[in-house]
Design a protein. Sequence first.
Lengths: 179, 179, 241
Amino acid sequence: MELTQEKALIEAILYLESEPVDERRLAGVSGLSREVVRRVIEALEEDYRSEARGIEITRLEDGVGLGPKRALWEKLKDHYGKRRDAKLSKAALETLSIIAYAQPITRPEVENLRGVAPDNMIRLLLSRGLIKEIGRKDAPGRPVQYGTTREFLKQFHLESIADLPKLDEVEEERFKLDG
Amino acid sequence: MELTQEKALIEAILYLESEPVDERRLAGVSGLSREVVRRVIEALEEDYRSEARGIEITRLEDGVGLGPKRALWEKLKDHYGKRRDAKLSKAALETLSIIAYAQPITRPEVENLRGVAPDNMIRLLLSRGLIKEIGRKDAPGRPVQYGTTREFLKQFHLESIADLPKLDEVEEERFKLDG
Amino acid sequence: MPEQQQEQAQHFRVNEFEGPLDLLLFLIKRSEVDIHDIPIAEITRQYLEYLEWAASIDLDNITDFYLMASTLLYIKSRVLLPGEDAAEDEEDPRQELIQKLIEYQRYKKLTSLMDEQQQESEWVIERKKKQPVLPFEDDDDLWVRIDVWDLLKSFSSIMEGLSDERVFDLYEEVSVNEKLSLIDEFLETKGEFLFTDLIQRRESVMDVVCAFLAILEAVKSRRIRLYQNRMFGDIRIGSWN
């Protein structure tokens, strides 16, 4: 597998993009097929593993981008690190966790899980761009369903919601509902 | 010459900076000596020569940066060049027209006509070889006077600046000395 | 023991509990009982006790807490007073609450994982400029596409914006300047030239005057030398050097 020219082209595109872009756009801009784009990205990922490289492929949802290597972050953070907004309160974080793990989820469903009306917390999370409305539930009143945003993934350094921290098996067993 | 880690770090920094930065800042951010920074950049320059790489070191008077390889510009410019229907900036055109019609003219005189400091535009026009310094005004501070170049004539298909079209008669009427 | 417990409970700040489920979980844990077999009477008693004490404090979700209290009392009554047709397979009245508690416990655990994640991602590394574009040189074609008429239009619109007074001064200056520039150009292209070469429109007095002023200026600044071989003859102009 060579793909020399193709790698150069995709690298240049990713350099110019800054934010992760999906395969379709990469194919459109480069004029390569999506299949080739996919292979090129894998090849680049491999190349970037070299210790002499300071950037790496980052993935966010279905997008692919470039970014400085994780291993270098510590050295870079003084100059390029941006502190996240103030940390979330326990109540906000609890609401966010419920939405993250159970999305799509409606307000009454969140309330039912928390045992507390979550309106203020939902408003807060919406305003911080961490959650968004992602649809309406096919139920009486067609309540709004919430889910997490890209910004949420970015702020929590996650590639996708599949990356959310998991309970280990023992704990999973403990929380089985029909225990 | 190894410099593996150093290359990675500088690459990451250049990626994050996006725009050219000077050696001093690179040294400051990386914690490397300027001598090492200089050698690392040469080494990176060498690495980027590989056909599989899509970015290269660009050197401008004010620093060193990364950018997509020139050879790829043609393929990239539809998406990442300035927009196709973009016009030359108004500022550039105005400054050039003032210098063409009112030459020789000093920087403060251009500023007086445009109402905006023209330094960037003058630098730009100088770098494109459209204007040059043609003398100094016999006035306090002996400011530099600018005029158009042969390149300017060539580009505008003029044999001489006397061929520049004149303001039309109506307007000239307005300027008649004995009006 | 209850006294001691109460004292202990009071050490927990009220807002320590995110809601009634949180409080219940705390009480269950403290009593070291199996969540699947909650001694409902005892837990209800502790819950109410806590609530009584907390009522004097402004508890955010106080209504939610009372709602849970009524649920607990209802379950307690069901447990203590089994219905006349209580069958073996009838659902445990505690079941729904237990399920809720277990699920809530699960999310609490997940929240703590998220909290760790949050600590780790206290900051993000950001690129300085979000959208780099190709450098300016790529705009070559933009320059090619403008012509002298664009220059004229641009210049004349600048002129229009100026007051007559300023334009007047400028126009006068432009003419002399124009001749000065022409002198420079001829020096470069021809080396030597005639005064009459500088005059574009012979019928224009201004043109002649400006050309004349320009050569005087150029001589003064030692850019040119003038030669005239006879009175009223044409003036030859050459570089000072």
